[in-house]
Design a protein around this ligand. Structure first.
Ligand SMILES: [Zn+2]
Length: 99
């Protein structure tokens, strides 16, 4: 599952075993943010977790750029204008700040 992979990624980034607080920028292409938060908070009881969700934006060869809905892939999404695969330019973030 994508969300579990994202949680594993965060766990590997941790400098300390139990940080007091985490601030995470979570790109929507990484999966369902609520599911991600649920799994992560189960792994880190006692850690305050703040998540900022970054919506998905794509750029396509047809000239379209802008937001799209959920996608199955972390790298591509369907262009809402022409239906081809478009690059995800935003929404792939997974940035961890720990305190
Ligand atoms: Zn297009």
């Amino acid at each position: 599952m994508k969300e579990e992979a994202a949680v594993e990624f965060v766990m590997h980034k941790l400098v300390r075993q139990k940080p007091a607080k985490l601030k995470i920028r979570f790109g929507a292409a990484r999966g369902d943010v609520r599911k991600f938060e649920r799994i992560l908070s189960r792994k880190l009881p006692g850690t305050k977790i703040e998540i900022e969700c970054v919506p998905i934006e794509v750029a396509c060869r047809c000239g379209f750029s802008g937001g799209v809905g959920l996608t199955e892939s972390m790298n591509f999404a369907r262009c809402p204008r022409c239906g081809r695969l478009a690059w995800i330019v935003k929404g792939n973030e997974l940035i961890v700040h720990q305190f």
